[in-house]
Design a protein. Structure first.
Length: 338
């Protein structure tokens, strides 16, 4: 069967691999759409230390059930639209023992620590297949990245009388904006791109700040009555935005970190103590986060057309990735259609 493979930095091609065999307790899915994640872009650029090449990328999936093996719950039916939970969990580490399987010490995400599913067919344990009836297979490919943003809001314990600042309005940041707004919070969205900020307002942000052209601190002080944001969600992964998060969060506030900074970050650590901050990591997503995104998408309020930058064939995936690498700030999601 056909698959997209990254063989070396900036070297991507369509290859032929064996179609997987279905076993007991597993489900065979026909892959229809797969999104390129930021981690895939870093793999393509040779900047992802967790990847061993060659690797098949892909963990943002819209698929259809092709067949089910023995021992599968009856609610899984052939022809059902699904997405996939792309993470593994060992069941033995501290995270798993504490019920936070999304942060398993030994997690292997599809397309990162193991081959992904940017291919025609895939077989997974039934517990990793998430039904999404009522959502098109195309739109199912948006569920996983949005669920990461939803999870960050849960980590921040956001409630309805709080001000939440989301730094970065990519797909994950959009998910955080949506979830915080659904919880009744007042959301401040920060990005460098006015088009993304306009969409952030459309999905629930009350205020938007272009950090390239505006003074972020002055705007946050204005919008928060001089107190700062109760919760800041960092969804970029740069030293500047990490520092911004700590600077703009209120005293006794919470900072939730999703992005990975690629270099060291120099903090004024006195703010950690003076503000008595809670600084929390947020990794991947839990099944409840997937279900929450599916519920949101079924409302019809998700501007899916605006979140999909382009749809390309496997043969054109390399060209699309090259374009994304040149201008990453202008892209939401590139989907590969099989």
């Amino acid at each position: 069967m056909k698959a997209v493979q990254i063989a070396a930095p900036q070297k991507m091609a369509v290859v032929e691999i064996e179609k997987p065999e279905l076993k007991a307790g597993e489900i065979l899915v026909k892959i229809e759409y797969v999104g390129f994640c930021g981690s895939d872009l870093n793999t393509y650029l040779g900047r992802n230390p967790m990847v061993k090449m060659p690797v098949i990328p892909g963990h943002e999936v819209g698929a259809v059930i092709e067949a089910v093996g023995p021992g599968i719950p009856e609610n899984f039916k052939k022809g059902m639209n699904v997405t996939l939970n792309p993470y593994t969990n060992c069941g033995k580490c501290a995270s798993c023992r504490n019920g936070r399987v999304n942060a398993c010490e030994h997690n292997e995400t599809l397309g990162v620590q193991r081959n992904g599913v940017m291919c025609e067919y895939a077989v997974l344990p039934w517990s990793k297949v998430i039904p999404a009836e009522g959502i098109s297979s195309r739109d199912c490919a948006l569920i996983e990245p949005m669920s990461v943003g939803f999870h960050a809001v849960s980590r921040g314990q956001v409630i309805d009388n709080e001000i939440v600042m989301v730094i970065g309005c990519g797909m994950v940041g959009m998910g955080a904006i949506v979830r915080a707004a659904l919880r009744g919070a007042t959301v401040i969205a920060v990005d460098l791109d006015d088009e993304k900020l306009a969409l952030a307002r459309e999905v629930g942000a009350t205020y938007v700040i272009n950090s390239r052209t505006e003074n972020v601190h002055e705007r946050v002080q204005e919008y928060s009555g001089g107190l700062g944001a109760d919760v800041v969600i960092e969804a970029v992964g740069s030293p500047a935005t990490y520092v911004m998060a700590v600077d703009e969060v209120s005293f006794t506030g919470r900072v939730v970190c999703i992005g990975y900074a690629k270099s060291g970050v120099e903090f004024q650590t006195k703010y950690f103590v003076q503000k008595e901050l809670d600084i929390r990591g947020s990794r991947n997503a839990l099944p409840a986060d997937f279900r929450a995104v599916i519920h949101y998408m079924k409302t019809g309020n998700c501007p899916v057309e605006k979140l999909i930058s382009s749809i390309v064939s496997p043969e054109n995936a390399s060209e699309a990735m090259e374009g994304w690498a040149v201008n990453p700030g202008k892209v939401f999601r590139i989907l590969v259609k099989f």
